[in-house]
Design a protein around this ligand. Structure first.
Ligand code: OGA
Ligand code: FE2
Length: 433
């Protein structure tokens, strides 16, 4: 399925800097990425004491009236909603109010759940006991029954050319620049020691100055690097951006009562049009073993002219996920937190973020501003996109939603991901399947 392309597409879009490739011109003009000074605050997030429970924190961008319109449409079922009504439908987001805010929800008739705001930038919630322990076990069993396969990302080093990243245009590659080159080209995350080891094994940093100069970068040395890194990825999969296995579950292809009840919970939680819940209803179960992790990424991509993957069979598509609902199916013995490296930062500069190596949660998990502990049954919920005020539909990606899974240092980790797919075409999204 298409999940493998999500982060690669997102990252692909990030990498808009000019680069030189050996293929384009042997030792061409080195290029530059302007590094704006921007301090990434590294404080941990905390909860407010004195939680309060309020009636309703669901609001559309334009207030309550629009939400009611959606609800009345929902009540009669989308099938009864005329096209005109559909055109009036708007996305809604849970507001959050403030960190520490708690709302009581009835996601299952007769049962109470607490929705707690844990961040406002981006807006992130958690619901303890969203699943019972039996439900978690059941989901894991279901996934195992289906069989899991290695989680993939698309930038896997199959490119012919390896674009070399010379951020400061000094005509040579520093260790960090080589790391970024390999992150983009091979989806592999090395540290200074790894790169030095590679240079020494390959004998390519001839003067041992930790830089690759124009003279040292030859088609031969690039060939050696490519072969070396491909092998290293196989031998040390923990160096990859994502190290886990996964499977997809399709509610419309099952009669499993839990899977169906999950659909209902999602609908009650999100209050989004039922068509959005029903149409793209598949979810993913992921298993991380020891050293399993997932480097920082966005779950969705910025709105542009490319078709959303949920609306096409073509592989040339972008991932469009309005919101993420992630459930921990076990309590991890050690590690495996979900990290939001720049949650609540004042500013965000993507180049600084990259150059600081903040994507590499394998190495930098503990510098992340917000870390959520994986606890059996807990759901973590956030919006990858804002709502476009004019259209009432999918808006820009919230850049502060960078997140990922820290390495599991003891035990294993199981999660379930459910995304609400939304494109920028309201009519298509709301069409009945
Ligand atoms: C994901 C993800 C985080 C985690 O699967 O997209 O971000 O904690 N996972 O595993
Ligand atoms: Fe994610």
């Amino acid at each position: 399925m298409f999940d493998g392309v999500s982060e690669a597409i997102t990252r692909g879009r990030e990498v808009t800097l000019p680069r030189w490739t050996l293929q384009d011109a042997p030792v061409t003009v080195l290029v530059f990425c302007a590094v704006l000074l921007c301090q990434l605050a590294q404080e941990g997030a905390s909860f407010d004491a004195g939680d309060t429970v309020t009636e309703n924190l669901y609001r559309g961008q334009d207030g309550e009236d629009k939400v009611k319109a959606v609800d009345s449409c929902k009540l009669s079922g989308l099938g009864d909603c005329g096209k005109e009504q559909r055109l009036e439908e708007r996305l809604v987001r849970l507001e959050g109010e403030r960190v520490g805010h708690v709302e009581e929800l009835e996601l299952i008739p007769g049962k109470k759940h607490l929705l707690r705001t844990i961040s406002m930038k981006p807006v992130i919630f958690e619901i303890p006991d969203f699943f019972t322990s039996e439900e978690c076990k059941h989901m894991i069993a279901l996934a195992k029954e289906q069989g899991l396969e290695e989680s993939k990302t698309t930038s896997s080093g199959t490119h012919e050319a390896l674009p070399l990243y010379d951020g400061n245009r000094d005509n040579k590659l520093s260790l960090k620049e080589m790391q970024q080159t390999l992150e983009d080209g091979f989806d592999v995350y090395l540290d200074d020691g790894d790169v030095r080891q590679m240079y020494s094994d390959l004998g390519i940093d001839l003067n041992h100055d930790d830089f690759l100069s124009r003279q040292e970068v030859t088609s031969k040395s690039i060939g050696l690097i490519k072969a070396y890194v491909s092998k290293l990825k196989e031998e040390m999969p923990s160096k990859k951006s994502r190290f886990s296995e996964q499977t997809w579950i399709y509610p419309d292809k099952t009669t499993d009562p839990l899977v169906l009840s999950f659909q209902e919970r999602i609908s009650r939680l999100t209050r989004l049009p039922q068509a959005l819940i029903d149409k793209f209803s598949y979810f993913q179960v992921v298993h991380y073993g020891k050293h399993g992790h997932y480097n920082a990424h966005h779950d969705s991509s910025n709105v542009d002219s490319m078709t959303c993957c949920h609306l096409t069979q073509s592989k040339r598509c972008r991932i469009c996920r309005f919101m993420t609902i992630m459930v921990y199916l076990n309590t991890v013995e050690q590690g495996g937190e979900t990290a939001f490296p720049i949650a609540n930062n004042d500013t965000y500069d993507r180049h600084v973020f990259r150059l600081n190596g903040m994507m590499n949660l394998n190495a930098r998990c503990h510098q992340s501003n917000l870390r959520v502990q994986p606890q059996l049954g807990k759901a973590v919920i956030w919006y990858n996109h804002f709502i476009n005020e004019t259209t009432g539909w999918l808006g820009d990606v919230d850049p502060f939603t960078w997140h990922g899974g820290c390495p599991v240092t003891k035990g294993k980790k199981w999660i379930m991901n459910r995304w609400i797919a939304v494109s920028n075409d309201r009519e298509l999204d709301l069409e009945l399947s």
